[in-house]
Ligand binder design. Sequence first.
Ligand SMILES: NC(=O)c1ccc[n+]([C@@H]2O[C@H](COP(=O)([O-])OP(=O)(O)OC[C@H]3O[C@@H](n4cnc5c(N)ncnc54)[C@H](O)[C@@H]3O)[C@@H](O)[C@H]2O)c1
Length: 267
Amino acid sequence: MSVFELHGRKALVTGGARGLGAGMVQALAHAGASVVIADISEEIGRATAGTLSQSGLAVKFVPLNITDEASWEAAISLTISELGGLDIVVNNAGVEISELIIDLTPQNLLRMLEVNILGTALGIKHAFRAMRPQGAAGKGGAVINVSSVAATIAFPGIAGYSATKSAVDRLTRIAAMESGKLGYGVRVNCIYPGLVPTEMGTQLAVDMEKLGLYPSPQAAVGAVIGLTPIGRLGEVSDMADAVVFLASDASRFITGIGLPVDGGMGM
Ligand SMILES: NC(=O)c1ccc[n+]([C@@H]2O[C@H](COP(=O)([O-])OP(=O)(O)OC[C@H]3O[C@@H](n4cnc5c(N)ncnc54)[C@H](O)[C@@H]3O)[C@@H](O)[C@H]2O)c1
């Protein structure tokens, strides 16, 4: 068996109903894993799980609000009983609200802090509790957090979002350190995706025009591409394949890193 394969592994992907998360679910399942979509959007999540199952992949849906501790406890326990274990947790769910610092709205920033930082931190916590030797799954594994190229560059209009994604980067490294030192057997890494035209990515380009930073969404996209040596936007599969790598034994000696998947934009 190739070290890139995931046969027999059990995975949970937050925000897996659509966008980057749905692509990660599909790629993990293609690599052989059984996967749970854990999302606050039940209708879209169940539909995505249904479509992927019909194409022969082992994908189920579990409701989850990542900002809620009780919801995490229920989702992890349901996942372990549905899949028979848990080896991979992808903390992908996130929100982005563009605004200029001069117009910063406390509730917008608090919303991003809650989902992107608290939600990811709770995801790491409950992954550790389940996957460490005395946990309900108990076999160690891999956690992959989704940060952003926004944590590595200075792009106007996304200060609050960038701050939360920088926090995801730090959470990742300290989690990797604690897991190693305390013998949890869980590798923890993050990726920094470049701009991908999902609902979030497309809205960001629209917001750049609304904020008066670029004359049109196309101009904002053009600016991003101009900053990207590979010369295009990211694709969902670019992010998904990086997650499969970090989930697999091919990355067995890698922990505590942030992997740019951004066409070189953040170098
Ligand atoms: N699209 C991009 O250009 C881009 C670039 C860099 C990083 N990212 C990051 O990648 C991740 C996925 O982005 P996307 O573009 O697919 O976004 P998206 O908005 O298309 O999808 C986000 C998903 O997360 C779910 N979600 C939101 N809040 C939740 C909560 N509290 N609990 C559970 N699920 C919740 C949504 O229902 C949705 O299914 C995010 O963390 C985002 O910040 C995206």
